[in-house]
Design a protein around this ligand. Structure first.
Ligand code: ZN
Length: 155
C-alpha cells in the first residue's frame, strides 16, 4: 500500500499534469480530501465525513474540513496538526471498517469531547485492538485482490 499526496492548490487545473491522472487512478483505492470548508448542511461538530462505499466500489472517498479542524483547535487548545491527523485517521477508519463503525471509545468514537482531544494530544487516541485487526484484514484482502487482478491481466 502506498500513499500519494496531491496539493490541488498548486495544480493548474489541468488533470493531465496532476499525479491523480487517469493512469494512477486505476491504482487508487481510497481518497481522503482536506477541503477548506465544510458544507453548511453538515452537523456542527463534524470534522469530516466518509462517503458511502459499497464493497464493489472501486474508489472510496472521505473528506476532512479544515475550517472545522481549525475551530476545534481554537476551542480546545490542542495543535491543529494533531486534530487534523486524528480526523484524517478517523475518516479513513470509516472507509476501512465499513458502515456503523463508531465506537464508544478511542479514535472511532462518534463525538470527540475534551477527554478524546486530551488523549489525542498525548498520542493516546487509538483504534481498538479489534478495529486494528479488521483494518489489517481489509488491507490484506485489497492487496490480494489487486495481485489476483494483475496476474489475470494480459501482458
Ligand atoms: Zn465518524
Amino acid at each position: 500500500m502506498q500513499v500519494i499526496w496531491v496539493n490541488h492548490a498548486d495544480s493548474t487545473g489541468e488533470s493531465q499534469s496532476s499525479p491523480t491522472g487517469q493512469a494512477n487512478l486505476d491504482q487508487i483505492d481510497y481518497v481522503l480530501r482536506i477541503l477548506p470548508r465544510s458544507r453548511a448542511a453538515l452537523k456542527d461538530s463534524a470534522l469530516g465525513e466518509a462517503l458511502p462505499c459499497p464493497p464493489d466500489e472501486a474508489v472510496c472517498f472521505a473528506n476532512v474540513f479544515y475550517n472545522r479542524v481549525e475551530q476545534r483547535t481554537e476551542v480546545e487548545r490542542i495543535s491543529l496538526e494533531q486534530v487534523l491527523g486524528h480526523a484524517m485517521a478517523h475518516e479513513l477508519g470509516h472507509l476501512l471498517l465499513g458502515s456503523n463503525s463508531h465506537s464508544s471509545t478511542g479514535i472511532m468514537s462518534g463525538k470527540w469531547r475534551a477527554d478524546e482531544l486530551k488523549r489525542a494530544a498525548k498520542g493516546d487516541l487509538l483504534f481498538t485492538a479489534q478495529q486494528a485487526r479488521i483494518i489489517h484484514d481489509h488491507a490484506l484482502a485489497k492487496i490480494n485482490q489487486r495481485e489476483a487482478l494483475q496476474l489475470s491481466a494480459p501482458p
